[in-house]
Design a protein around this ligand. Structure first.
Ligand code: NAD
Ligand code: UDP
Length: 313
């Protein structure tokens, strides 16, 4: 049995990760400040004697003895990370420093959940890990993008300088149950709108693309990454390379839900990346990982979750 710290464990991905690690026989400490996460995501784990919940902000040091650290603490939805941009960058940068310092002291392995946002509005398509990106350093998304880029730098410097064992994954748009109904990202917005027969809000013309990964596939990728033998692994893209325009996503959600919602076109948001698709050759060869859930099947499961959420909304 390993003892594992999951920061951001009450969030969308963190809650799935805590559940999976417990089911594999580990002891899990979930750390969260509940900025975008919710206790509701993990209440069903509280009866498990091997699960522990800690309210803490990763921007401040935290001390514990564990074997592994998964660092997920950071708001991921643009509306939430832009709400308090200084706090967002502190969370990424100070959070990385605090967790890397902890990993160094207790000789734990540490995994960083970086993001496809490090590629910015990419000028090459699809995006391999070797691409350095096209990020505006002073725009609305910079607090998140540059915070995550700096965190990657810190991870590699702690390896170069202090031999900390690091794993860095770049996650592409992931969706599924446990997303907050008011998360603000595209999949949850469109499903909530469709289920209530409200207008579906496309920002811009809807020709921008994303590649959507179902959460269970993603979590399998994170755990495979942590279990790699080498001291330093990454960055490795984890995502589903099936690419869709935002308009096609809206149409698929309307089709599955049978909604009477109309699509409305709102102004494009600042610095919105026009296309995004991962190259996943590294994940395939190094992690023996590839996604198994296609968008339609993943949406069906996610819609069932949101239908249930709406009953108590
Ligand atoms: P989420 O917003 O649901 O979860 C983030 C969690 O971190 C929340 O529980 C929140 O309360 C917590 N948190 C935020 N600031 C904190 C702080 N200062 N101290 C402690 N806890 C804090 O988002 P998610 O989709 O589950 O994302 C998890 C991680 O994966 C994030 O780091 C995100 O950047 C990364 N990621 C996610 C995606 C995706 O598509 N879901 C894509 C790329 C990267
Ligand atoms: N988007 C949209 N309507 C919404 C929410 C998002 O058209 O209600 C678009 C957004 O402009 C972007 C894409 O959907 O082009 C994905 O947005 P999201 O916030 O989910 O993630 P991002 O990949 O931009 O971080």
């Amino acid at each position: 049995m390993k003892k594992i710290l999951v920061t951001g464990g009450a969030g969308f991905l963190g809650s799935h990760l805590c559940e999976k690690l417990l089911s594999q026989g580990n002891e899990v400490v979930c750390l969260d400040n509940y900025f975008t996460g919710r206790k509701k995501n993990i209440t069903h784990l509280l009866e498990n004697p091997f699960f522990e919940l800690v309210r803490h902000d990763v921007a401040f040091p935290y001390f514990i003895e564990v074997d592994e650290i998964y660092n997920l603490a950071c708001p991921a939805s643009p509306i939430h990370y832009q709400y308090n941009p200084i706090k967002t960058i502190k969370t990424s940068v100070m959070g990385a420093i605090n967790m890397l310092g902890l990993a160094k002291r207790i000789r734990a392995k540490i995994l960083q959940t970086s993001t496809s946002e490090v590629y910015g509005d990419p000028t090459i398509h699809p995006q391999p890990e070797e691409y350095w990106g096209n990020v505006n350093p002073i725009g609305k998304r910079s607090c998140y993008d540059e915070g995550k880029r700096c965190a990657e730098t810190l991870f590699f410097d702690y390896f170069y300088q202090n031999n900390v064992r690091i794993k860095v994954v770049r996650i592409f748009n992931t969706y599924g149950p446990n997303m907050h109904p008011e998360d603000g990202r595209v999949v949850s917005n469109f499903i909530m709108q469709a289920l209530q027969n409200k207008d579906i809000t496309i920002y811009g013309e809807g020709n921008q693309s994303r590649s959507f990964c179902y959460c269970d596939d993603l979590i399998r990728g994170l755990i495979s990454m942590m279990n790699t033998e080498d001291d330093v692994i990454g960055p490795i893209n984890i995502g589903n390379p099936e690419e869709f325009t935002i308009k096609a996503l809206a149409e698929m959600i309307i089709d599955i839900t049978g909604s009477s919602s109309k699509i409305v076109y709102l102004p494009q948001v600042e610095d919105d990346p026009m296309q995004r698709q991962p190259v996943i050759e590294k994940a395939k060869t190094i992690l023996n990982w590839e996604p198994t859930v296609n968008l339609r099947d993943g949406l069906v499961k996610t819609i069932a979750y949101f239908e249930n959420e709406l009953k108590s909304f």
